[in-house]
Structure formats: C-alpha cells, structure tokens
Design a protein around this ligand. Structure first.
Ligand code: GTR
Length: 436
C-alpha cells in the first residue's frame, strides 16, 4: 500500500471507530465517546450569568419582580439563543377515541388511545396519546405525561395497543426496519414504563411517540408539525425559529390541552416527564408552559439540566453537530464558545419556579454530566428562595441512590443512562408531596 492509500485507509478506519462509538453512546448510553472531558479537575473556570440581575442591571428582589420582569427576559433569551421559539400556532384540536379497555394491566387500569388531530383533515399531522388511569379512581387523578422513543406499542407488550405507523429510527435489534416499527418492537421499552406500578399508586400515566410530532432527523424543518406551524416560512429559516425540541415541547402542550378536559385526569396536576433528549424537552416544555404542575428531567444532560459552561461530557459544539435540528440556528454561534451564551441551564430550571422540579442523574452517565445537572439545580435555588421554597441545600452531590427531596428534587442513581423503577419511585414520592 502506498502512503496516500495507507493514510486514507487510516482516516476511514478512524471515522468508522468514531461513528461506532457515537452510535454506542446514543443507543446504550453507557459508552462515553472519546475526545471529551470526563475529568472534574479539567473543568474550565467559568462565571454563570446572573439570575437575579435584570437586563438594566437592577437587582431582582422579590417573586413579583421575578415573575413580571426577569422571568420573561430569561425566557426570551432561551427562545432567542437556545431552543428557538415554540410555534405559537394553537390549532383547533380534534380528538378521537381510538380504543378503550376498562380492565388493562391485569384489571387495575382503564387504558385508552386518543388520537389528536391538528388539522381539519385526518391526513394532517396527528399524535396518539396512550393513557392509563386507575380503574377504581373515584375522581380525576394526577398524571405523568411524557414522550417515548419508539412508539406507544413499545411501552407495553399488550398486543391491543396500535402499532405506530410513524417514521422510526432504524434499529434491527429492536425491530424497526426501513423506518417502520414491526410487531417485534412491542414492549421493548417496558422497563422504562412501569405502568402497573404507577397506576397502583393512584396516578395516571400518558405517553406519546415523539416522532408523531416531529420525526427525529435533520430534514431542514419540513416534516412533522413544522410544515403546519410555519406556513409562511421563507427558504431561510430565522435564527430563532424553534428546532425539534421546541416542536416536541409544543406537542406536550397540545397533549395537556387534551388532558385538561379529560374527566379521568386532574388537569391542574399534570407532571411533564422526559428522559435524555426528551428530558431536555420536558424542561423546555415545563419552563414555557406554566400549566405543567411539576417538571421531571431524567438524565437530560447537555441542553437539558447540565451547565454548558462546564464542557464536561457532551458539549454545545458536539450536540449542534450531531443533532443540527434539535436547537435553533442561533445556538450554533456558541459552539466551543459557551461563555458567550447569555444564559446557562440553571436559568432554564429557574424558569420552572415556584413549581416543583426534579432532576435525576446516573453515576455512569458521564456524557450527561451528573455533577453539572445537580449544580444547575443548586444555582436555580435563589429563585426558588424568592418564593419561600426550599432549594437544594448544598452544591455537593448526595450519596448515590440517596435522593434529596424538598421543593426541588435530585438523585444520582447507580447505573447508566436509562429510566429505572428506582427513578419512577422517586418521582412518585416527590409527586405524593406536591400533587396529592
Ligand atoms: C445522545 C445525545 C444526548 C442524549 C441522548 C438521548 O446521543 O448526545 O444529548 O440526548 O442521545 O437522547 O438518548
């Protein structure tokens, strides 16, 4: 082999190795891609943008000033520089009960599938809400609402749940072939959705396939709800137009519109939940739509709970490169330039105050920066204090598997990037305090 050939062969193999590592990280979450910092002693020095000083340099002294002045400023900064605007289009939603079973989960639950149409015509974009509520409830119940990654049929093996026909990411092992789900996918995500345990504790639980709202690939913002909510868009998108995370957040709000008028659910007690990219979504959705009574972020990492300025694990540059469709175009100017960002993610959590927020990390999920996720919550504390709420007591990580729960909640679980029963038990304990 001559030198040039040898060099291009080496380049190709190293590209293959990097791609394989990236895929492993994305699918299992356990592998930590090489070339990123996982060493606490190498975290750069940084100064967080001030939460309680407004754009005119005035201190924000009380809850009223936060709500009326500073909070709208911070929200606008996230719309302008991070996620982009959530579409303002609120369609006249139509719903259709697609199925109803009154003895699901061994007889303890009512299980319904509700199709939500966003247009007058059935061909337009629509989403299916799969919702379980306790069969023995004598009134509306508090409810968890969250997206799933692989279709509603993946959260429980029940063969009566409709198989999703939306675009899915190819995954032979799981049974997603040619971007379509197959029967083999049924129940493959059930460990993340312990429906029976949740319903037994008196909660409703509702889930939607996120790809119903916007398929998770970079298509230049044409598919999903983008076409519908941006009818007059020009060829060039504005830098602050919402990316996919904003589209998914929009879908959560539409689901809440439906749950609010559902007689089996207490619309004032809906907790928005999400894991990983969908945890970023639950934070942005919960920050933007104050009707959500509680917000839960499971292993949300970069762009979610983690502080960007720490550059620990996944970085702004990396996330905007791997997933150019998640954030707004303006966000790209902060690639390897985090200190120029007018916000950091403690401010995203502060937008949720005074409502209860729960941040969860996992010890082996270094890519998501567990310490950075906890620090964000800690640094949102001053805003919670303005409301007389109790924030995280210290900026030290608690012991593994030892949750801290007061008006905000945090735990670092043993294991990796995933949603486990342990996580759900903490969310329900926290909800018992705040939603019951
Ligand atoms: C990873 C991504 C993370 C996280 C994760 C997921 O590839 O780097 O930010 O969102 O995917 O959603 O599973």
């Amino acid at each position: 082999m001559n030198n040039i050939l040898l060099r291009s062969y080496r380049n190709l193999t190293s590209k293959i190795v990097v791609t394989a590592l990236t895929l492993m990280a994305a699918t299992s979450g356990y592998a930590q891609p090489a070339g990123f910092n996982y060493d606490e002693s190498k975290v750069p020095e940084y100064t967080l943008p001030a939460l309680l000083t407004d754009s005119a340099g005035q201190p924000v002294a009380d809850a009223e000033a936060w709500m009326s002045k500073r909070r709208p400023e911070v929200l606008a900064l996230f719309q302008q520089h991070v996620f982009g605007h959530i579409p303002e289009t609120i369609p006249k939603i139509r719903t259709r009960l697609r199925s109803e079973v009154t003895d699901a989960l061994d007889g303890i639950a009512v299980r319904r599938e509700i199709t939500v149409f966003f247009t007058d015509d059935d061909a337009g974009p629509s989403m299916d809400i799969l919702v379980y509520t306790p069969a023995n409830a004598d009134g509306p119940v508090p409810c968890f609402l969250g997206y799933n990654f692989n279709g509603n049929h993946s959260v429980d093996a029940d063969p009566a749940i409709h198989l999703s026909t939306s675009w899915v990411r190819d995954d032979k092992k799981r049974g997603n072939i040619n971007n379509k789900a197959t029967e083999q996918t049924r129940g493959t995500a059930s460990s993340r959705w312990p429906m029976k345990m949740i319903v037994e504790r008196g909660y409703g639980v509702a889930t939607i396939y996120y790809g119903d709202v916007d398929p998770d690939f970079d298509d230049g913002f044409h598919n999903g709800i983008h076409a519908m909510t941006e009818p007059d868009r020009k060829l060039d998108r504005s830098g602050d137009a919402g990316g996919s995370i904003s589209a998914w957040a929009w879908g959560m709000s539409r689901a809440l519109d439906v749950l609010e008028v559902d007689s089996r659910i207490d619309g004032n007690k809906v907790a928005i939940f999400g894991h990983s990219r969908l945890g970023k979504t639950s934070l942005w959705g919960g920050a933007s739509d104050q009707r959500f009574a509680m917000v839960i972020s499971n292993d949300s990492g970069c762009g979610g709970a983690a502080l960007s300025r720490r550059k620990f694990g996944e970085t702004v540059q990396r996330i905007n490169t791997s997933f150019p469709h998640w954030f707004c175009i303006n966000h790209r100017q902060y690639n390897d330039n985090e200190n120029a960002l007018p916000v950091d993610n403690h401010m995203l959590l502060a937008l949720i105050a005074p409502r209860p927020v729960y941040v969860a990390s996992a010890v082996d999920d270094k890519w998501a920066d567990p310490r950075g996720e906890m620090l964000s919550l800690f640094h949102a504390g001053p805003v919670y204090k303005l409301f007389g709420k109790t924030p995280l007591p210290t900026d030290e990580l608690p012991d593994v598997d030892h949750p801290v729960q007061n008006d905000v909640g945090y735990h670092i679980r043993s294991g990796g990037h995933d949603v486990k029963d342990f996580d759900w038990i903490q969310y329900m304990n926290f909800a018992d305090k705040h939603l019951k």
